[in-house]
Design a protein around this ligand. Structure first.
Ligand code: FES
Ligand SMILES: [Fe+2]
Length: 351
């Protein structure tokens, strides 16, 4: 099933793989593993990102084994010295005059890549429709026509804090956890204290209560203390100065928007029972560049919540090995999105 999901879901969807700041300069590269492929993401001299398979077109050596770095002016295969430009075009072949006709057209296989919200998204499907067609319906379903995302100007924010969680659970168990807030009153005292609506079993992504959720009475920020850690982001309107928004963008991103920061969670499936999750806290550059700035009070509330969630996911993964664990689990009305998620998975696998 994981192989099939790798091919038909991760191999055909736009997948968020990194924050754009991880590939900052001309020649910078990042290697990503996705859908059974090794992919290189490279920034060229004009600042554009190119995506290409990490596969030499001579005899198929992987070009690069490092996770991140800078290629300089070109990408050179260390086997026989074929050389590619930062856009993946073949630019140099030793003894070219001895090579068969057609050799000059053996550029690296390109992979679709785009940037959105300050993140790098890739798609292995060369006939992929634009990213907006993948996320647009999810955004409209969640926020209707009053999409608040633009107010947070996420593409201009900087990653101030990053935590990587290695979770011993299948990626779908994680999504099913995020899909419901029936567990919030039991599992998340810190989150419920910050956003009391979660105590009612409906989070912001499942509930009938509206688009966003108010912070606790008296709170002026989304943090353990209820105080903001940074000034409100400049374009957030006054009516949202105490609002928490969340959105799930299947298959690998969940984002939280609060007045003074944005939290982005990236789900990177590693295998049938292991999932890497990268959580990043993003702040306005003015505060992010202040060496005295500490986001800790804000970081803690979601970091603690994430760990509570992942503990529960790991227990479900352990339960999944029982012969009695099956799809005929019982779901409360709070858990209606789990059925939607399963239908979405099934529809993708059936294609
Ligand atoms: S395999 Fe790369 S140059 Fe030969
Ligand atoms: Fe949770």
């Amino acid at each position: 099933m994981f192989e099939l999901e790798s091919q038909r879901i991760f191999g055909r969807s736009w997948m968020c793989v990194a924050h754009s700041s991880e590939i900052p300069d001309p020649g910078s590269f990042l290697r990503a593993e996705l859908g059974g492929e090794s992919i290189l993401l490279v920034r060229d001299r004009a600042g554009h990102l190119a995506g290409m398979l990490n596969l030499c077109r001579h005899r198929g050596a992987q070009l690069c084994l490092e996770d991140q770095g800078n290629f300089g002016k070109s990408i050179r295969c260390s086997y026989h010295g074929w050389t590619y430009g930062l856009d993946g075009r073949l630019v140099g072949v030793p003894w070219r005059d001895k090579m068969p006709p057609g050799t000059e057209g053996r550029h690296l296989h390109s992979v679709s890549v785009t940037e959105w919200l300050g993140y790098v998204w890739v798609n292995l499907n060369d006939k992929a429709s634009p990213l907006s067609e993948q996320v647009g319906p999810l955004i409209r379903e969640r926020f209707g026509e009053t999409n608040p995302i633009a107010h947070y100007e996420t593409e201009h924010l900087k990653v101030v804090h990053k935590v990587t969680y290695d979770v011993r659970a299948n990626w779908k168990i994680l999504w099913e956890n995020f899909d419901e807030c029936y567990h919030c009153p039991t599992m998340h005292p810190e989150l419920c204290a910050a956003v009391p609506q979660f105590r009612g079993g409906y989070g912001t992504v499942t509930g009938p209560q509206g688009l966003g959720a108010p912070l606790a009475d008296g709170a002026t920020g989304f943090s353990m203390s209820g105080r903001p850690v940074a000034p409100m982001l400049p374009k957030v309107p006054a009516e949202d100065e105490r609002t928490f928004y969340g959105i799930l963008l299947w298959p690998n991103i969940s984002i939280v928007f609060v007045p003074d920061h944005v939290f982005c969670m990236r789900i990177e499936p590693q295998g049938p029972d292991s999932t890497r999750v990268v959580g990043e806290w993003l702040f306005h550059p003015d505060i992010a560049d202040d060496p005295t700035f500490s986001p800790e009070d804000a970081v803690k509330v979601l970091d603690v919540t994430n760990r509570e969630d992942f503990d529960a996911c790991e227990r479900v993964q352990l339960g999944a090995h029982s012969r009695q664990f099956d799809d005929s689990q019982v779901h409360s009305p709070f858990e209606h999105r789990i059925a939607e998620f399963r239908r979405w998975v099934d529809a993708n696998l059936a294609q």
